[in-house]
Write a protein that binds this ligand. Sequence first.
Ligand code: ADP
Ligand code: ZN
Length: 606
Amino acid sequence: METQLIGAAPQKILKDIFGYDDFRSNQGNVIDHVIAGKSGFVLMPTGGGKSLCYQIPALALAGCTIVISPLIALMQDQVMQMREVGVRASTLNSTTPTEERRQIIAQLHNDGIDLLYVSPERLLSDGFLDILDQCKINLFAIDEAHCVSQWGHDFRPEYAQLKVLAARFVHVPRIALTATADERTRKDILGVLSIDEDATFISGFDRPNIKYIVTPKSNPKKDLERFISTHHARDSGIIYCLSRKKVEQTAEWLKEQGYHAMPYHAGLSDAARATTQERFLKEEQVIVVATIAFGMGINKPDVRFVAHLDLPSNIESYYQETGRAGRDGLPAQAWMTYGMQDVALRSAMIESSNATQEQKYVEKQKLSALLGYCEALRCRRQILLNYFGDDLEPCDNCDICKTPPESFDGTLAAQKALSAVYRTGQRFGVAHTINVLLGKDTEQTKRFGHDKLNIWKKGEEHSNKEWQSIFRQLHAHGLLSVDMESYSSLKITPEGAAFIKQKQEIALRVDKSVRSSRSEKSAGMIERMLTSEQDQSIFEALRAKRAELAKAQNIPPYVIFHDKTLIHMAKIKPQTPTDLSLIPGVGSSKLGRYGDDFLDVIMHSA
Ligand code: ADP
Ligand code: ZN
């Protein structure tokens, strides 16, 4: 089938093979550029559609496209998806058996393969480049190109050696793709791969389908359960925790609540981790509770939520982790709960690390940018995108836009809080300090004579919860710090001292615990997009058919059709193969393989 596509218009390939009508953002431009034989650099957010930028040229040009990818799981996933749409794709990596390798090399020689995914190690070893010299190669696609740079967070030494490509394959264009690259990383990529600065294609960083929510931490497990049961009872999601122990406990607890939850962290055996990853991909409604070890290489398009029970290390990581939600473009949520202890813990981690003073300084700056995000008084998406240098109108799809926080003149409260910290000798934590402000008799307040202080009982205008919020915000504003080394005791920072001395003013946020109603319980986000009951039941039937077909072939359901495609089917109810081929995501190969099965379901449940 593929040879007849050589020279075909990209738009035609998009429709016939992938079943989509229009290109997204820069896709069309990038594809034209590459087909014209020029190298380029593509920066697109996760889920933006980077893959098509080289997959379509691979089909439109004679010969084979070599895709360099850092992770075996990623390569396998892509090969699976390509084969489903009828493209001749394979992968060559450290796990490929010799016989298969020989076959692939033979196919390379006689033009029998369109897309070959290789690990950088493979590409650079065993005389593989000599083999490529003798074959018709039309393009090198370097996926996750930020691995080239020492500045990036995933530096791979082999990626730096890809310099050889430009020198050796002078007439073969290179396309570098990534979702994360700051200025320095970008320069490195362009340098190593000899790509012209002008040939840079940058799409906005925004992920408009993700709703961002941050809530103050009071009862994290309960709040998490409420969030999931209200919005995601039937969805797949990822929950990030900082420690292995917490990962285990949270997964266990969710299981007790009746969810299909599994732990994932570096302390588990390879086999256990592989099973978890496989079940996450191949089953539906699975929740993985994980440390950050989980995520890279997880291309699952229908992750409906990402939750953080602990503070991530900075905005870059947060954006990358939350970016794993909603790759398919359907509504998804990024939910985080955070409290004072999180901040203290992160600060302590920076302090006690082996980093140089300069690095520690940078890390602290990054942490405070993240705190600014947590304690935001304006649109969260604006704050995130500003951080990456993009401008944006308020988004109407974050908790702040939906329910704008009220602020109050927090000057007096701040003065009282700082004074209580000072009077108690900067040796106590938040709980005790609040007890003093509220005049709550405890063994400790008596023992230290804190009931004799003039600040005793002077904070009764605020509740305990409100004081917690005030202390958190004062910390985020840099007026207080927490000393983890001495029982999390509060200290007044130089900024805090200046605040008192110069009689500064401060506006603080009124924390309302936003409680969503439980009436919507037990639906997933997808179900709610289908308004009629009939459509919902067709969707369920389609989903069941998809699960059955996926199971029979041992592939993830989304490789057959995305949820989005099933939603369209349920709404439009196509009756003929031609009708069905008009649904986004139904290309000719899938129409041939699965068309009748799904038409049958629609016929019998409509
Ligand atoms: P990235 O690699 O940038 O994270 P992918 O290439 O995996 O993103 O694409 C994300 C999803 O968007 C895929 O499921 C893909 O099928 C879909 N997609 C890509 N381009 C289009 C398009 N032009 N129209 C509709 N869906 C698209
Ligand atoms: Zn917003």
